[in-house]
Design a protein around this ligand. Sequence first.
Ligand SMILES: NC(=O)c1ccc[n+]([C@@H]2O[C@H](COP(=O)([O-])OP(=O)(O)OC[C@H]3O[C@@H](n4cnc5c(N)ncnc54)[C@H](O)[C@@H]3O)[C@@H](O)[C@H]2O)c1
Length: 308
Amino acid sequence: MSVVTIVGAGVIGLSWARLFGAAGWEVRISDPRPDLPEIAAQHLAGLPVTLYGDLAAAADGAHFVQEAGPERIEIKEEMFAVLAAHTRGDVALASSSSSLLPSAIAKGNPAADRIVIGHPFNPPELMPLVEVVPGPLTSAQAVDRAVEVYRALGRMPIRLKKEIPGFVGNRLQKVFNDQATYLVQQGVIDVADLDDLVRASLGLRWATVGPFQSGVLGGGPEGMRHLLTHVASQMTFEIGEPDPAGMDSVLDDVEAAYGTGESAYERLAGLRDRRTRAVLEPLGWQRPPAADAAQEGPETGTDSDQRV
Ligand SMILES: NC(=O)c1ccc[n+]([C@@H]2O[C@H](COP(=O)([O-])OP(=O)(O)OC[C@H]3O[C@@H](n4cnc5c(N)ncnc54)[C@H](O)[C@@H]3O)[C@@H](O)[C@H]2O)c1
């Protein structure tokens, strides 16, 4: 049985563990958190998972590593130094980092050729995409291996041609989220209406066609060139930027709309997961691993809820 070492038992590490475990991998999960046994019992019940407080021991003998520790460069550097020293020379070391450059994570690391970004969207067990990002020193073999592993897990790995901070997904998301914040700060729309507006338009559209494909369709038979000259040419307004000093008040609005804490999180995650599972197959994505009801939160609210 292939062995994966997952580094970090947070939001992303636990989801990777469920995905690898459901696909038949032997999963080792390493995290110094003292409540690791309780967390695993709650979120990984029934899966072939072994728990480790010590990263070196967890890495020894692994066939693939998926790091999902804190998003701090100095911690990633430390973790990858241990991984380099305690894995075989042909083992790819993938980081889930959302935006850190692989070259920064691999700086001074003797296994720089094996370090690659495998950035999922949350939750990795349901979202098809994994961005595979090489640094300048990453070998073609490490990239190929990461792509092969993610494909075998039923994901859609997309290989970037070169590194850039934030990669592609989070650069797009940053522009979009900045504008969403700006619109709320300007008093144009409130938080929940903005979310509904997106779900009812761009979200649904982008689940079926990408932005360039959508541009082709928006122009009719004459295609995207027509759209650009006809509609987009009039969109000459300044888009503005959010005010970082006003972020607290936006966060207050978000918390008022959706709540905080364990039960709000479980309710929202459960709703998101049920909706995502429901659309994956009709949209042509691979069926996700068997759902464990315990992971999906209580059945509060129904999928017919118009607003969460
Ligand atoms: N949360 C997201 O939406 C998301 C999406 C995609 C990628 N990511 C990336 O995934 C990674 C993990 O993010 P997260 O949201 O799961 O974070 P998290 O804070 O939920 O989990 C991080 C875990 O790492 C553990 N940890 C700390 N030091 C460690 C060490 N030395 N060895 C092993 N584990 C250690 C912590 O105890 C914690 O359980 C980050 O790099 C993040 O950028 C996050």
